[in-house]
Design a protein around this ligand. Structure first.
Ligand SMILES: [Zn+2]
Length: 344
């Protein structure tokens, strides 16, 4: 089969690899109907070091179950399923607490250990606990929005939850990628009253406004902090969704949080220590976030997607074939595309 392999910075290729197959009895084999390129895939695309082993990329997909192992109880061949970016057993202490990304038997797709979903097919470990069966046809018009339940919509929701967004709260979203935009949807959905979007790209600003952003701040760094404070009576916002993962983004997030406020960080941190610990301390901020347990959120978000109350699929602004994946990485890296859908 054909699959995406990352070799180094800017070097991502489509190659023929051995067919995905069942290995453990608890595995399912899924034919990929639609996959995505993720903002987090751009980290190795930019920063992969010489000597690092090649990686089979991709952790977001919708597809059809093609085969199941003898130990799989709840799935059958032909089921349309969405895969979360992490696999999990659904039965351990952390899965029961809704924190599937800390599953004691879990792990992540698109890593050196486990081949990813930017491919014709993908092996799903612990399939009963991992996959979520959708009651839709494979070509349903809602497919783009359903696909975001693999990662970006659930991750935006996690940012909003950990930033303690609620009715009447003021919110700011740092990061204008797909996750930040989904964070606007989530903040609105959870009752955020004033939602300030930090971004400067006109297309992304337009989408943020369509999703419920009430204000836009296009300044950066200290100027952005000053502008958000100006918009909020000098105090800052109750809830900050940090959807980037750089120390500068975290610095901005802490700078615009109101005393007693919370920062929900879902951008994979590419810094060693959290900056601005003194202002965070003196302002009694809650610094939270982490890899979103999207498996836990699918059931909550799915009805809103099916009813059309939220349309996170609008972040997928380009559709490509598997052969065009290297071009898709380039387009996302150069910010020509917000998020790319792959149809193998
Ligand atoms: Zn578990």
């Amino acid at each position: 089969m054909r699959a995406t392999v990352m070799y180094g910075p800017g070097d991502v290729r489509i190659e023929n690899v051995p067919d995905a197959r069942l290995i453990e009895p608890t595995d399912a084999l899924v034919t990929v109907g639609r996959a995505c390129i993720c903002g987090s895939d751009l980290w190795p695309y930019k920063l992969m070091k010489p000597g690092e082993p090649p990686r089979r990329m991709g952790h977001e997909a919708i597809g059809v179950v093609e085969a199941v192992g003898s130990g799989v109880l709840t799935l059958k061949v032909g089921d349309v399923v969405v895969m979360p970016f992490a696999y999990s057993d659904g039965t351990c202490a952390f899965c029961h607490e809704g924190l599937h990304t800390s599953c004691v038997h879990g792990g992540f797709f698109g890593t050196v250990e486990l081949p990813g979903a930017q491919a014709e097919a993908v092996r799903i470990p612990l399939a009963d606990g991992t996959l979520f069966v959708l009651s839709v046809g494979e070509d349903d018009a809602l497919m783009a929005s359903l696909l975001t339940l693999s990662d970006v919509m659930g991750t935006g929701h996690h940012a909003a939850r950990t930033a303690k967004v609620g009715r009447g709260k003021t919110v700011a979203v740092v990061g204008d990628g797909a996750v930040g935009l989904c964070g606007v949807i989530a903040a609105r959905r959870l009752g955020g009253e004033r939602i300030i979007f930090l971004g400067r790209h006109p297309d992304r600003i337009a989408l943020a406004k369509a999703f419920g952003a009430t204000d836009v701040v296009s300044e950066r760094g200290e100027a952005a902090v000053a502008r958000v404070r100006e918009l909020t009576g000098g105090f800052g916002v109750h809830s900050v969704l940090e959807c980037v993962g750089t120390d500068q983004a975290m610095l901005t997030a802490i700078g615009i949080a109101r005393p007693g406020g919370a920062v929900g960080s879902v951008g994979v941190p590419h810094y060693e220590t959290i900056p601005a610990s003194q202002p965070a301390f003196y302002n009694n901020l809650t610094i939270s976030g982490g890899p979103a347990p999207v498996r836990a959120y699918i059931a909550e978000l799915l009805p809103d997607v099916l009813d059309g109350r939220i349309e996170p699929g609008r972040v997928l602004d380009r559709v490509i074939t598997l052969d065009q994946v290297p071009e898709g990485y380039r387009a996302m890296n150069e910010r020509e595309a917000i998020k790319v859908m792959v149809k193998p």
